[in-house]
Ligand binder design. Structure first.
Ligand code: UCC
Length: 633
């Protein structure tokens, strides 16, 4: 038996809360239980938890309020960046939507997780029916998304390049309460981007109809789109993984035969998917150049599936609200959407969109858990006071806050670049910058979200581990952010691809952009920013030095350094965004503290690890030797 005794003296000396200084001693024979006497039973009325008397209150739950009003970073970014007239126009929308999220949508989102989709392959008589049963809450999210224009806003284009920022800001309020409806919305936005850029959309009535439905605010007309790219061989290497074949039909359409291994949101109305066109003698081209993109309506007018069999729903760690399925395409009617053999190229503008959505979802979840943890810290008492009054807890919240502000600014600023690009107002430099920051944004915010949400769960103690609080689901859902839409390593390689394809121009504009963001700090009164800028400048110079030599070191070296390079570029860029934000005339002291703390970390792990020999041939050999140690030969 263990006995607990207090060591008050030690506690006082270290100024720790008394209860943290408890010591545990094994019960010695000298320890005596108080003797129970038959003549003197415990006085019954004072015994707590007798029978069913459990009391009416255990712990107060955190409140989700007006998620816009409580988000100072989002508000201040918009005030700083948007023309005043645009800010005045969109603010009421964000204000009222922020309130709706707290009052209504958050709960609908939780319902999506409580009522997961089901697949019913056969009816009672053995007929194949392939019914996908989704919850009322899931369907309600579709209606909410349509009414609120979550996909429509950038395409309605009321505010030119700022329309994209408006959408991303609004979706950042929505995503983490959408019950993962954010997934079909991401793909729908990707499909919109494709249709908007395709010359076929105007001339082909089927495409024109799809385009108008995907951006409709009328729930009865609104469609969502899937994006079926992943086949049995895996999702990263699309060029070698695509086995689906497209057989031309006399009317110019195609029939698709293949197996799609991960098809997210299979309840979507249409999809864009990849296949290889088979010529009349049965030949088709392997590799990237053989892949074309097709448009498929998931159901026929009578409601039956269009040559598609749902094999099973995937049993996933998280995102279980989304009906993700394995699909057999057995003669699905399809229309060629891209140029022949340009399917991979055609998906890349969609990837830019879905990767931005991935990142806004990451930032949205980070902000939400932090808002909830902050609220909870005022309600929850431990060791005699609210946990907000425990400095160590506040330090934890502050560290989460630093990352969350960084993630939010990164997302919003990338949305700004995308808005310029898609309204043809981007300079060449801005387009190049968008090309390199998109994979950086996706890979880095995903990792930050997983870490922040994990930390966030801890802020609720044991309650963070209890299913029906809705908190564990947030962690499960976050885990996919670094996997779908390109894993961290695939995106690191995409950063390198952007550098190689542009002969280093993306890197050049990246450094230029860093410099110009730091210039603003010289005018600021916040002393914290001087040091932060100095550190950013120093690290950026070190990185430039390293890159001068590294780019000549060959592909293996660069591949090995690629992930650390991507992390370094992300940290530098986020640092510069935080400094720029804190240099604004209306910035708060909090903004300056955040920039300062961010810049105290190792901003350039690629330089550190280069100096530690991580990318040398010896380093490479060490990796393999260690990894394979103990593996049976
Ligand atoms: O679909 C999925 C799940 C859906 C759920 C969506 C939820 C979204 C978020 C929700 C939030 C809650 S997951 C499937 C995702 N799959 C991927 O992300 C694919 C991962 N693999 C890659 O990203 C690869 O890098 C590929 C497939 C893009 C490229 O592979 P290749 O075959 O090696 O490609 P190449 O040969 O290097 O490039 C082919 C062309 C080149 O252009 P051209 O032909 O003009 O020389 C490249 O420069 O594509 C160009 N390209 C790009 N252009 C390649 N990547 C890009 C890029 N990122 N941007 C612009």
């Amino acid at each position: 038996m263990w006995r607990v005794t207090s060591t008050f003296a030690l506690g006082e000396r270290l100024a720790l809360p008394t209860a943290t200084c408890l010591t545990f001693r094994y019960k010695s024979s000298a320890f005596q239980e108080p003797k129970k006497s038959r003549q003197q039973p415990y006085p019954q009325p004072s015994v707590p938890f007798r029978g069913a008397e459990r009391g009416s209150f255990f712990q107060e739950q955190p409140n989700v309020g007006n998620v816009y009003q409580e988000d100072v970073v989002l508000q201040s970014f918009l005030r700083r960046m948007l023309p005043d007239s645009v800010f005045q126009e969109i603010s009421p929308d964000l204000e009222s939507f922020g309130a709706r999220v707290g009052a209504e949508i958050h709960e609908v989102g939780l319902e999506c997780e409580r009522n997961l989709p089901e697949h019913k392959p056969f009816d009672a008589w053995g007929n194949r029916v392939d019914q996908l049963l989704t919850s009322e809450a899931w369907k309600k999210q579709k209606n909410i998304a349509a009414e609120e224009g979550i996909v429509a806003i950038p395409y309605e284009n009321k505010h030119g390049p700022w329309s994209r920022v408006h959408q991303v800001a609004k979706h950042m309020l929505y995503s983490s309460s959408s019950g993962l409806y954010s997934c079909p919305l991401a793909m729908t936005d990707g499909a919109m981007q494709f249709f908007r850029g395709s010359p076929k959309t105007a001339s082909n009535p089927i495409f024109a109809n799809a385009f108008s439905r995907l951006m409709s605010r009328d729930p009865s007309k609104f469609w969502t789109s899937g994006q079926w790219m992943t086949e049995r061989r895996g999702g990263s290497d699309v060029a070698n993984g695509t086995e689906t074949l497209a057989f031309p039909q006399p009317d110019g359409s195609y029939k698709l035969h293949g197996y799609k291994w991960f098809s997210s949101a299979t309840d979507s109305d249409m999809t864009l998917t990849l296949a290889r066109i088979v010529d009349p003698i049965g030949h088709y081209v392997q590799g990237t150049k053989g892949i074309s993109m097709f448009f498929v309506e998931v159901r026929k007018p009578d409601g039956s599936l269009n040559g598609i069999e749902v094999q099973k729903l995937k049993d996933k760690l998280g995102t279980r609200q989304v009906p993700t399925a394995e699909l057999l395409l057995d003669g699905a009617d399809a229309i060629l959407a891209s140029e022949e053999g340009r399917g991979v190229r055609a998906i890349t503008p969609m990837l830019t969109i879905t990767r931005l959505h991935n990142s806004l979802s990451a930032a949205s979840a980070m902000r939400k858990i932090l808002q909830m943890a902050r609220d909870y810290s005022l309600r929850r008492k431990a060791f005699g006071k609210a946990i907000i009054d425990h400095p160590l807890h506040v330090q934890t919240l502050h560290r989460m806050e630093v990352d969350t502000r960084g993630a939010q600014l990164f997302v919003l600023d990338t949305a700004r670049l995308l808005g310029l690009e898609e309204t043809n107002q981007a300079t060449e430099e801005e387009s190049l910058l968008l090309r390199i920051v998109t994979p950086l944004l996706k890979l880095y915010t995903a990792k930050m979200a997983i870490a922040t949400i994990s930390e966030g769960l801890e802020c609720f103690g044991g309650q963070g581990y209890i299913e029906d609080t809705g908190l564990p689901g947030m962690l499960r859902d976050a885990q996919v952010l670094s996997i779908w839409e390109g894993t961290t390593n695939i995106l690191s390689l995409d950063v390198l691809r952007s550098v190689v394809k542009t002969n280093g121009q993306t890197l050049q504009v990246f450094f230029n952009s860093l410099e110009s963001k730091l210039e603003a700090a010289s005018q600021s009164n916040f002393v914290e920013l001087k040091e932060a800028s100095k550190r950013l400048q120093g690290s950026s110079n070190n990185l430039k030095e390293l890159l001068k030599d590294a780019l000549n070191e060959g592909p293996t070296f660069m591949e090995l350094a690629g992930r650390d390079l991507a992390y370094s570029l992300s940290r530098l860029y986020i640092g510069s965004l935080l400094v720029e934000h804190a240099s604004w005339t209306e910035a708060t002291q909090g903004d300056a503290f955040v920039a300062q703390r961010w810049c105290e970390q190792d901003l350039c792990p690629v330089v550190t690890n280069f100096n530690n020999g991580h990318y040398s041939q010896t380093g490479q050999l060490q990796n393999r030797t260690t990894v394979m140690e103990g593996y049976p030969q």
